[in-house]
Write a protein that binds this ligand. Structure first.
Ligand SMILES: C[S@@+](CC[C@H](N)C(=O)[O-])C[C@H]1O[C@@H](n2cnc3c(N)ncnc32)[C@H](O)[C@@H]1O
Length: 199
């Protein structure tokens, strides 16, 4: 059973349920958190985050996709009072008091990470599907001393084939995670411990 409904579609989304589950577990959202999403698109992550975080701000650079976010939020009984929708291309429009930041869109991601460092965002997670962007993202997190973890994962879905079960696989996703607000949880030593050292 899907945990959310997405009756309205947009070209670039949605983030798949299995990827959302891992992403949200890394973000560790609580009612005390202000969660900010860059690139809300279908709103799939926004909806799940709104069920966990006390405050949610969702940015989307394409107005028609922000409208899809708005409609899917409404379809899941998430109202305007629960989520602030911002039509902007980050870093423009980013608030200064986020506790957790998710980059589902990668435009200007270095500047978005600079803002996260400047404003001490406690948890930062970025999802990337393209290999070259993933490499640049890992370097950008490491250069800013906020890299804790890199994971690559891929879900496969079973379907019936000749009375047995075969699988269709989704595209692999790279997840880059860290945090600017916690000195103990970032930096090269922790990166090495997480198995992401260059050595
Ligand atoms: C892969 S989609 C995100 C999918 C979304 N998490 C979902 O579940 O539907 C990336 C989205 O990020 C948006 N985007 C990319 N860079 C952005 C930026 N710097 N600021 C705001 N939106 C951005 C794109 O327009 C696109 O809609």
């Amino acid at each position: 059973m899907p945990s959310i409904r997405l009756p309205h579609d947009a070209k670039a989304g949605p983030t798949k349920p299995e990827v959302r589950a891992v992403t949200l577990s890394k973000l560790g959202l609580t009612p005390a958190d202000h969660f900010v999403e860059v690139g809300s698109c279908t709103g799939a992550v926004t909806i799940e985050a709104a069920r966990r975080a006390g405050r949610v701000t969702a940015l989307e650079r394409k107005p028609e996709r922000l409208e899809v976010t708005r409609k899917n939020l409404a379809a899941n009984d998430v109202g305007d009072a629960d989520v602030e929708l911002v039509a902007a291309e980050a870093p423009e429009g980013l608030p200064d008091d986020a506790d957790a930041l998710f980059l589902g869109g990668s435009r200007n991601f270095e500047a978005v990470l600079d803002h996260a460092v400047e404003t001490d965002v406690d948890r930062v997670v970025m999802n990337v599907s393209r290999l070259e962007v993933a490499g640049r993202a890992v370097e950008a997190f490491r250069d800013r001393g906020i890299l804790d973890e890199v994971a690559q994962f891929q879900a496969s879905h079973g379907y019936e084939l000749a009375g047995a079960t075969s699988f269709d696989s989704d595209n692999p996703v790279y997840l880059v995670a860290g945090g600017a607000g916690d000195d103990e949880g970032s930096g090269d030593e922790d990166a090495e411990a997480s198995g992401v050292s260059d050595a």
